[in-house]
Ligand binder design. Structure first.
Ligand SMILES: C[S@@+](CC[C@H](N)C(=O)[O-])C[C@H]1O[C@@H](n2cnc3c(N)ncnc32)[C@H](O)[C@@H]1O
Length: 271
């Protein structure tokens, strides 16, 4: 677990506070992007990949850590799973609460405001733990609260994908990302540790998680040269949507292109 003491604790509190503020301000707009072609495509790919790993039984406990506005909690609750949704931002959680209430599934979800690096749950509390925010520093804490034999799914920031995206504006920093480890990138003012597929596999295996699969997600739409106008549209041709999501799902599983995506999503089983 990451330990914080003295000055580091102060820095950490300041960091958490500014993250919370940023997400509180963004909360009302967060779901809007998922109504565009681009957002709907990304959500479809994320969800299709997740579906294949969900527990067969519904009477299991699921943690959606840093779950925001409940993008994943809501469909899980509608499928009949009980979910604990936690996040640092009350703004994001309030949006989630309203959506869950509107859809009649609020009783399936426990909503908690907390930092994913300092969870208040006992060891081995959950059968399935999701954290889709790229916070590799939370990995040990998330593994701690996962039951033995349970599954964990984490979004990670792809080191090679980050270097590709940085290269045009700043080749030196892009190459530094690949030379040093670990390194950081800023995405919308937030600092993320970047990691490659092989480093992620090694890190999780060292922590007692058998890696089942690592998929390449987010940012792959750039490779298909879909116009900005289509990407931002809210009405689209369903055939194009099906074609785009099919190719992205195939690319997400294809080892030869896994360095190209913005994020990686890892699925593992705690041994
Ligand atoms: C990109 S959003 C992702 C939300 C959701 N997982 C999804 O996939 O739609 C990132 C979320 O992480 C939350 N977050 C950031 N740092 C956090 C922390 N240390 N503890 C808990 N939540 C955090 C933010 O408040 C925000 O809601």
């Amino acid at each position: 677990m990451v330990r914080y003491g003295g000055k580091m604790l102060e820095d950490r509190s300041r960091e958490i506070e500014s993250t919370r503020k940023r997400w509180d301000e963004h909360a009302k707009r967060y779901d809007e992007w998922y109504k565009t072609f681009h957002g709907a495509v990304e959500h479809h790919v994320d969800w299709e990949l997740l579906r294949g790993h969900l527990p067969k039984k519904r009477d299991v406990s699921i943690l959606d850590a840093a779950g925001g506005t409940g993008r994943i909690t809501l469909p899980l609750a509608k499928m009949g799973y009980s979910v604990t949704l936690c996040d640092i931002s009350s703004g994001m959680l309030n949006v989630a609460r309203q959506k869950l209430l509107r859809e009649g599934v609020l009783d399936k979800v426990e909503i908690l405001k907390c930092d994913v690096c300092k969870l208040r749950f006992a060891d081995e509390s959950f059968d399935f733990v999701l954290c889709w925010d790229g916070m590799i520093e939370a990995a040990k804490e998330l593994i701690r609260v996962t039951k033995k034999g349970g599954k964990i799914s984490m979004f990670l920031v792809n080191k090679f994908g980050a270097a590709i995206r940085k290269f045009r504006e700043d080749p030196d920093s892009a190459l530094a990302l690949l030379r040093s480890k670990p390194s950081y990138v800023y995405d919308e003012e937030e600092k993320y540790v970047v990691i490659s597929v092989e480093e992620a596999r090694e890190l999780f295996e060292k922590e007692g998680v058998k890696v089942i699969e690592i998929y390449a997600v987010c940012g792959m739409l750039d490779l298909l040269s879909i116009s900005k106008e289509i990407q931002e549209s809210r009405n689209w041709d369903e055939k194009l949507f099906d074609q785009v999501t099919e190719i992205l799902l195939r690319l997400s599983r294809e080892p030869s292109v896994k360095g190209l995506s913005k994020h990686l999503v890892l699925y593992g089983e705690k041994m």
